[in-house]
Design a protein around this ligand. Sequence first.
Ligand code: SAM
Ligand code: SF4
Length: 331
Amino acid sequence: MLRDLRISVTDRCNFRCVYCMPKELFGRDYRFLERDELLSFPEIVRLATVSVGIGVRKLRITGGEPLLRRGLEELIAELASLRAPSGEPIDLALTTNGAALPVKAEALRAAGLQRVTVSLDSLDDERFQAINDVRFPVSRVLDGIAAAEEAGLAPVKINAVLKRGVNDDEILALAEHFRGTGHVLRFIEYMDVGTSNGWVLDDVVPSAEVVRRIDAVHPLEPLGPSAPGETARRWRYRDGAGEIGVISSVTEAFCGSCTRARVSAEGRLFTCLFASDGLDLRALLRDGADDAALAAALTGTWRDRDDRYSEQRSELTPSAGRRIEMSYIGG
Ligand code: SAM
Ligand code: SF4
């Protein structure tokens, strides 16, 4: 069942993370979407409302960098007021690089946002600046996490993508930095999304290794999933200092239990992060489709999907199909 919808609100970003939007490809000449090509806020709200009507209970706002979208608080306020038919609130969160949180956290909370996920791959300033490739200091992302906490957007989830030879030596340092803070650090296996990041399997640091390395110093025990279809496996420190998560999209693909779809900034619906083609919801919206037609398009596309890319990864050749980029589809 489709329970979780990730909505990208922009394809632009103020970072150029080397594995996501490498400068060579996302340079001056890159054609980002024009304003009228993006879904408007009323279009996003309509889609979200129809999705909730067919069972979606989690909405995630992403990008590109979502905090670059002007007036995002207005969209958040509308989405935060959505309710399931039973009256239960919808779980609404936002994934950000954290750069703008010091200025935006309060307004986002006031608009009704409940939680944020901040991406942070390294605590070492030089390394962090090399990853974001725009010389953005790590201290300002840490300030962003603190601002989110102060604004009440807690616990903050921190997502760290691990790449062998780049930041796998920081597994313990990252764990120790967030141990005991109430925030939840999650380690994500580096994925072969898009075609621009030159992914090879050797780059992946298996989650089992992450857990083993932390457990050797700070003993861990498994926790059950907090929600059906949850992609992170949760582990708790035995000494009560909180929990971590690992997302094993490569070594333990979870296609079979996937409950998630994504809407790109221009309104294409993708039923898999590794899809190459998406249903043009913007055309439906702008051609005057009514709610029933939209709901039928969403449920039909979800029902007919046959994506299980991650489970098939090993059978596929590297050139199998053109895949879309993470910055376009939203992480
Ligand atoms: N700009 C926001 C951010 O960085 O959180 C939201 C969009 S970003 C595309 C969402 C997430 O995707 C980030 O946590 C990022 O680290 C992750 N990501 C990007 N490329 C990835 C890859 N190849 N494998 C795994 N995660 C990736
Ligand atoms: Fe931007 Fe997020 Fe991609 Fe980094 S991971 S380039 S912050 S969209």
